[in-house]
Design a protein around this ligand. Structure first.
Ligand SMILES: [Mg+2]
Length: 362
């Protein structure tokens, strides 16, 4: 079998209201795919976020891949990843990730099994947390508590909220209100999106320890490995990080610095499924857990495939005005708060062009 064509599609649509985390505000949703065609008619779909660098990196990779057997994922990953020519981190690695995800979608379709089975099938439903708790215009403590109650009513057994955009005392109050709203039995996670210095993160962590926090995510800048370590040593709250980390080498360095207990590895960022499985194995060898960042469509398979998959991040209906309409089938929470990967061969993403078409930008 040979790869005969690789194309990209990019989409963008506005959110109802901008949402803000510890450091950034998002007004639009960006969604992009890579389509990998073969001479036998089977196609692989890879996921990404689009943009000019992503697109032109993929265009640069196409001549390297045409004529190759798509099943040879290890060979093709190494053909694409030439640090001297495309850099060691960043948007170019994200582009490789999208292609690699498409190759694994193809492999699983050829094997006639869902991706999580092909990768080892550790379990067929995964524990999940509902992400949210963003800062929004007109959203006070009452509205925040209501959002969290709705998530719990939907079946969530764990929820995450943003912190880091307002003074510490104000965030402590937000955390208190949310713990009150969800009761003692639902897990509560906080995510600062790198907003703190290590010493302000310690001050904050100490003040929210009393609210039984499951993890404190991205407390400081991704390159501040020592800051992660100093914070981890100063609080009982487990530290999670890694959504801005690239390749097995980046995670090796996090491990060497004792930076975190939980890695928010992202297959769309760090180098695709090929590299994700290596990061998962590296974490296994150090008895550390993986809780991927976002992109539940691909990550539901990866959490289900590995023995150290801790929990899946899940974005529900309130997060995206196109939720439920991007694909023909949409992942949903089971009654017990878990999510099950699709049983269809591959990743199971079938685009709903009736809804997407009008938002195509490239
Ligand atoms: Mg995060």
């Amino acid at each position: 079998m040979k790869i005969v064509e690789i194309t990209t599609e990019e989409y963008r649509w506005p959110r109802k209201k901008p949402i803000t985390n510890g450091l950034h505000t998002y007004t639009d949703v960006e969604f992009a795919i890579v389509r990998i065609k073969t001479d036998e008619g089977v196609e692989g779909i890879g996921l990404g976020s689009g943009g000019a660098i992503w697109r032109s990196t993929i265009e640069r990779m196409v001549p390297l891949l045409i004529g190759e057997d798509p099943v040879n994922t290890e060979r093709l990953w190494n053909k694409m990843w030439v640090p001297k020519l495309i850099g060691r981190r960043g948007l170019t690695t994200r582009a490789i990730s999208s292609i690699d995800i498409g190759l694994w979608d193809l492999r699983a379709k050829l094997a006639n099994m869902p991706l999580f089975k092909l990768l080892g099938g550790f379990r067929d439903a995964v524990p999940t947390y509902v992400a949210g708790g963003y800062y929004e215009e007109g959203k006070g403590l009452k509205e925040l508590a209501l959002e969290m109650e709705e998530n719990v009513n939907m079946g969530a057994r764990a929820i995450k909220m943003k912190v880091g955009a307002v003074p510490i005392a104000e965030d402590v109050e937000r955390v208190r209100i949310v713990r009150d709203a969800i009761g003692p039995d639902v897990k509560l996670l906080v995510d600062a999106n790198c907003a703190y210095r290590w010493y302000t993160a310690v001050q904050f962590a100490r003040r929210i320890e009393q609210y039984d926090i499951f993890w404190f995510e991205e407390p400081v800048q991704p390159d501040d490995y020592d800051g992660h370590r100093k914070l981890a040593a100063a609080t009982v709250i487990p530290i999670a990080t890694g959504e801005n980390e690239y390749t097995r080498y980046g995670f090796r360095d996090l491990i060497r610095h004792d930076a975190a207990a939980i890695f928010n590895a992202d297959a769309k960022v760090l180098g695709g499924v090929t590299e994700f499985m290596k990061v998962a194995a590296l974490a296994q060898a150090n008895d550390l857990d993986i809780a991927p960042h976002g992109s539940q469509d691909i990550h539901v398979h990866l959490v289900a495939a590995i023995s150290n998959g801790l929990i899946l991040e899940f974005y529900g209906e309130s997060f995206d005005p196109m939720w439920g309409r991007i694909y023909k089938e949409t992942l949903r929470l089971n009654k017990d708060g878990t999510v099950s990967p699709p049983a269809t061969p591959g990743i199971g993403v079938d685009l709903n062009y009736d809804a997407l078409r009008e938002y195509r930008v490239a």
